[in-house]
Design a protein around this ligand. Structure first.
Ligand SMILES: *[C@@H]1O[C@H](CO)[C@@H](O)[C@H](O)[C@H]1NC(C)=O
Ligand SMILES: *[C@@H]1O[C@H](CO)[C@@H](O)[C@H](O)[C@H]1NC(C)=O
Ligand SMILES: *[C@@H]1O[C@H](CO)[C@@H](O)[C@H](O)[C@H]1NC(C)=O
Ligand SMILES: *[C@@H]1O[C@H](CO)[C@@H](O)[C@H](O)[C@H]1NC(C)=O
Ligand SMILES: *[C@@H]1O[C@H](CO)[C@@H](O)[C@H](O)[C@H]1NC(C)=O
Ligand SMILES: *[C@@H]1O[C@H](CO)[C@@H](O)[C@H](O)[C@H]1NC(C)=O
Ligand SMILES: *[C@@H]1O[C@H](CO)[C@@H](O)[C@H](O)[C@H]1NC(C)=O
Ligand SMILES: *[C@@H]1O[C@H](CO)[C@@H](O)[C@H](O)[C@H]1NC(C)=O
Ligand SMILES: *[C@@H]1O[C@H](CO)[C@@H](O)[C@H](O)[C@H]1NC(C)=O
Ligand SMILES: *[C@@H]1O[C@H](CO)[C@@H](O)[C@H](O)[C@H]1NC(C)=O
Ligand SMILES: *[C@@H]1O[C@H](CO)[C@@H](O)[C@H](O)[C@H]1NC(C)=O
Ligand SMILES: *[C@@H]1O[C@H](CO)[C@@H](O)[C@H](O)[C@H]1NC(C)=O
Length: 593
C-alpha cells in the first residue's frame, strides 16, 4: 500500500496569528502537498518500461484531506512534455480554474511548476487524481484522494481499524508515447498485457500463466478487524471485477455518497470509478487470500493472462495462497447481471455526508427538469480522414485557448456554444462545441452507448444522480422506470453497450466543466465536451476570480511571463516553508476581495 500524509498541516491558528486578519476560519485549514512528477523505470509485468511517478512513487501518494480543507499542491513537471493534473471527482466549487483539463487550464510546460489551490468544500469520499494530457494516465501519475468527514459529522459505520487505498487498472507494456502513436496512426490498442494492482503485476497464482520474478502487492491485515478499502479503476478501457477470496465486500461509499450497506462477493468497477468497502478479517488464516481484479465482458479463455492478483495476508497467516482464483460472475449468457448489480447500489438517504443533514434531504425526484440532452456515442470511425470518436456527431477538438480563459478575457471564436441536445444525423464533425447549461437549471442527460464496450462518463464540478439504466433506446416512457428516491449521487456513471443511463444534475456550480468518457482511448480520440454554466448576474459570489498564478497560452500566450526554473524544494527548509505558506495564504485572502 502506498500512502503518505500531507507534507505538512499547519495549525490554522498559526496562519491567523501570522496574518493578523480576521478572515481565517479555524474550520478551513490549509493542507500542502509537493508533487514532483517524473519518469522512473519499472517492470510491473516483467518488461522494463518508462512509467510516471509522483515523488518517485508509482502509484503516487494518497492525498488524505478533510471536508472544507484548502488543498495546495505544488506540481513540478519533470516530464519531457506538457502536464496537467486532474483531481477527478473533487467538485471544485466555484473554481473550475483548478480542474486541470484543457478546457480550463493552460498546460504546465516541461520543467515548470504550477501550484493548484482548491477547497474540498462540502465533500467527503474516495476519488483519485491523474495526469489528463497526452495519454499519460496509461503510464501512471495517478494516486488516491481521500476526503474524510469532519470530526463532528458521524460516518454511518464504526470507525474502521485501517484505511487502505487500492488502484487497479489494465496495463500495456508499451509506453504511453507508443500507445498514443498507435491511436494517431488510426489503429486500436488491442488487448492489454495485464492488470496491475497498486502498480504491481500478478502474484504467481499459476506457474504457466505468470512468469517468475514478478513483484506483486501484499496487503497485510490483523485478524478480527474491519478495514475500509477504497478501490479505483485507473486503467485505460477495461471494466474489472474486484473480489477477495473467502471474504465479503460490504459496500459503504462510492465517489462521495454513502451507500445502503450491502455485501457483495465481487463488484464490477468500470474505468474511472471508485468504491469503498468495509472488509472484515473474519477468516481463519489457514492461508493467505487472493485479491483479484479480472477483465470483464471478455472471452475468459483468451483473456486469462490479464488477471490482476494481489495477496491479502493476515498477520497470523499459516501459509501461502494457492489453488484456483475465486470465480468471476458466471454471467456469459446474462447481460443484465452487471446492470442489476449497478442498480442495486443505492444511496443511504438517512446518512450524513459532508454536512449534518441527511444526504437524501435534497429531493431530486421532485424537481422539474429544465433541459434535456440525449447524448449518443459512436464506435471509432473516420472523420475528416482521421480515426476519431464522437458524441452526438461531434468529435471534440481542444481549443488552443482554454474556454474558461477565453471567456474571462473575452477572446472570441474559441468555441461554439451549440452542442446539440440530441444526436446529429449528418456526417460527424471535428469541432469545439460546448453545452450551454443554465445556471440553477436542472439538467437531465441520457447517455446512450452505441459502442461495443462499456463506457464510463464523468462530469467535473458536480455529483449527479444516477436514476436509471436499461438496454435499448431511451424514450420518454423510460422515465417511468427511474429511481426517484435513492439513486446514488456520484461523479461517474457506466453505460453498457447498446444501453442507456440517465443522470440528473442540479446546475448550481458556475464554471466550465468537462463531460467525457473515462475510457482513455475513446477520450483521446474526441469523446468529450464541456458544460458551460454562467451566472448571468455579475457577482463575485458564485465564482472565484482567475487565480493570480494562471498560466497563459493560445491567443493569450503573450501575457505569459517566463518562469524562473528553480531546483529548490519546499521540503527540508522550515523558514522557506513558512514563507511559502504565508505567501499562499495572502494570495488566498487577496482572492477573497
Ligand atoms: C488521514 O487523516 C485522518 C484525519 O487527519 C487521520 O485520522 C488518518 O489516520 C489519516 N489516514 C491515513 C491513511 O493516513
Ligand atoms: C514553484 O515551486 C517553488 C518551490 O519549489 C515555489 O516557490 C513557486 O511558488 C512555485 N511556482 C509556481 C508558479 O507555482
Ligand atoms: C444508513 O445510515 C444510517 C445513519 O448513519 C445508519 O444508521 C444505517 O445503518 C445506514 N443504513 C444502511 C442500510 O446502510
Ligand atoms: C517508448 O516506446 C517507443 C516504441 O517502442 C520507443 O521507441 C521509445 O524509446 C520508448 N520511450 C521511452 C522513453 O522508453
Ligand atoms: C494454469 O493455467 C493453465 C492455462 O490456462 C491451465 O490449463 C491450468 O489448469 C492452470 N493451472 C492451475 C493450477 O490453475
Ligand atoms: C455482510 O457479511 C458479513 C460476513 O462477512 C456479515 O457478518 C454481515 O452481517 C453482512 N452484512 C450485511 C449488511 O449483509
Ligand atoms: C479454515 O477455513 C477453510 C475454509 O473455510 C477450511 O477448509 C479449513 O478447514 C479451516 N481451517 C481451520 C484450521 O480451521
Ligand atoms: C473464446 O475464445 C476461444 C479461443 O479463441 C474460442 O474457442 C471460444 O469459442 C470463445 N468463446 C466465446 C464464448 O466466444
Ligand atoms: C413542475 O411542473 C409541474 C407541471 O408543469 C408544475 O405543476 C409544478 O408546480 C412544477 N414544480 C415545481 C417544483 O416547480
Ligand atoms: C444559452 O442559454 C441561455 C439560457 O440559459 C440563453 O439565454 C442563451 O441565449 C444561450 N446561448 C446560446 C448561444 O444559445
Ligand atoms: C448502434 O446504432 C445502430 C443504428 O441506430 C443500431 O443498429 C445498432 O444496434 C446500435 N448498436 C448498439 C451497440 O447500440
Ligand atoms: C469582483 O471582484 C473584482 C476584483 O477581484 C472587482 O474589481 C469587481 O468590482 C468585483 N465585482 C463585483 C460585482 O463585486
Amino acid at each position: 500500500m502506498v500512502s503518505t500524509g500531507p507534507l505538512s498541516m499547519l495549525p490554522p491558528l498559526l496562519l491567523c496569528i501570522s496574518l493578523l486578519l480576521a478572515f481565517c476560519s479555524a474550520e478551513d485549514p490549509f493542507v500542502f502537498y509537493d508533487f514532483e512528477v517524473s519518469y522512473i523505470t519499472a517492470s510491473p509485468l516483467g518488461v522494463e518500461q518508462q512509467v510516471i511517478a509522483i515523488n518517485g512513487k508509482f502509484p503516487g501518494p494518497t492525498m488524505n484531506v478533510t471536508t472544507n480543507n484548502n488543498v495546495v499542491v505544488n506540481v513540478r513537471n519533470k516530464l519531457d512534455e506538457d502536464l496537467l493534473m486532474h483531481w477527478s471527482g473533487i467538485q471544485m466549487r466555484k473554481n473550475s480554474w483548478q480542474d486541470g483539463v484543457l478546457g480550463t487550464n493552460c498546460p504546465i510546460p516541461s520543467k515548470w511548476n504550477w501550484t493548484y489551490q482548491f477547497q474540498v468544500k462540502d465533500q467527503i469520499g474516495s476519488f483519485f487524481y491523474f495526469p489528463s494530457l497526452h495519454f499519460q494516465r496509461a503510464a501512471g501519475g495517478f494516486g488516491g484522494i481521500t476526503v474524510n468527514n469532519r470530526e463532528i459529522i458521524p460516518i454511518p459505520f464504526d470507525t474502521p481499524y485501517g484505511d487502505i487505498t487500492i488502484m487497479i487498472g489494465d496495463w500495456y507494456t508499451r509506453n504511453h508515447t507508443a500507445l498514443r502513436k498507435t491511436l494517431d496512426d488510426g489503429k486500436s490498442l488491442g488487448m492489454p498485457d495485464g492488470v496491475l494492482i497498486n502498480g504491481k503485476g500478478p502474484y504467481r497464482y499459476n506457474d504457466s500463466l505468470v512468469p517468475d520474478g514478478i513483484d506483486y502487492e501484499t496487503i497485510t491485515v490483523h485478524p478480527g478487524k474491519t478495514y475500509r478499502i477504497r478501490v479505483s479503476n485507473v486503467g485505460i478501457s477495461t471494466s474489472l471485477n474486484f473480489r477477495i477470496q473467502s471474504h465479503n465486500l460490504l459496500l459503504a461509499e462510492t465517489e462521495g455518497s454513502y451507500t445502503v450497506q450491502q455485501n457483495y462477493t465481487s463488484l464490477d468497477i468500470h474505468v474511472g470509478q471508485t468504491y469503498s468497502f468495509l472488509l472484515t478479517t473474519d477468516q481463519n488464516a489457514s492461508s493467505d487470500y487472493y485479491i483479484v481484479a479480472s477483465a470483464r465482458f471478455v472471452n475468459e479463455t483468451t483473456w486469462q493472462r490479464v488477471t490482476g492478483v494481489a495477496i491479502l495476508k493476515y498477520t497470523n497467516s499459516k501459509g501461502k495462497a494457492h489453488g484456483h482464483l475465486p470465480d468471476p460472475p458466471q454471467d456469459q449468457y446474462d447481460k443484465t447481471y452487471s446492470m442489476n448489480q449497478a442498480r442495486s447500489i443505492r444511496w443511504n438517504v438517512t446518512a450524513s455526508g459532508a454536512r449534518p443533514n441527511p444526504q437524501g434531504s435534497f429531493r431530486y425526484g421532485s424537481i422539474n427538469v429544465t433541459e434535456l440532452y440525449v447524448i449518443r456515442n459512436k464506435p471509432p470511425m473516420k472523420i475528416d480522414g482521421k480515426q476519431r470518436t464522437s458524441i452526438n456527431g461531434i468529435s471534440f477538438s481542444n481549443p488552443k485557448t482554454p474556454i474558461r480563459l477565453a471567456d474571462w478575457f473575452k477572446v472570441k471564436g474559441v468555441y461554439k456554444l451549440d452542442f446539440p441536445d440530441k444526436p446529429l444525423t449528418g456526417a460527424p464533425k471535428i469541432e469545439t462545441s460546448v453545452i450551454n447549461g443554465s445556471f440553477r437549471g436542472f439538467m437531465e442527460i441520457i447517455l446512450q452507448n452505441n459502442d461495443t464496450k462499456v463506457h464510463t462518463y464523468h462530469l467535473s464540478g458536480y455529483a449527479f444522480f444516477v436514476v436509471g439504466m436499461d438496454y435499448g433506446e431511451w424514450t420518454e416512457n423510460s422515465r417511468g422506470t427511474y429511481n426517484k428516491w435513492d439513486g446514488i449521487a456520484r461523479t461517474t456513471a457506466q453505460v453498457y453497450p447498446g444501453a442507456w443511463t440517465a443522470i440528473l444534475i442540479s446546475l448550481d456550480n458556475v464554471g466550465i466543466w468537462n463531460l467525457r468518457t473515462e475510457n482513455l482511448d475513446a477520450w483521446y480520440l474526441g469523446q468529450e465536451t464541456y458544460l458551460r454554466v454562467v451566472n448571468p448576474e455579475v457577482t463575485n459570489k458564485t465564482e472565484l476570480p482567475i487565480p493570480d498564478n494562471a498560466l497563459f497560452c493560445g491567443a493569450l500566450q503573450k501575457m505569459q511571463k517566463p518562469q524562473e526554473i528553480s531546483s529548490g524544494t519546499l521540503l527540508g527548509n522550515a523558514p522557506k516553508l513558512i514563507a511559502a505558506v504565508v505567501a499562499v495564504a495572502i494570495s488566498a485572502l487577496i482572492s477573497l476581495f
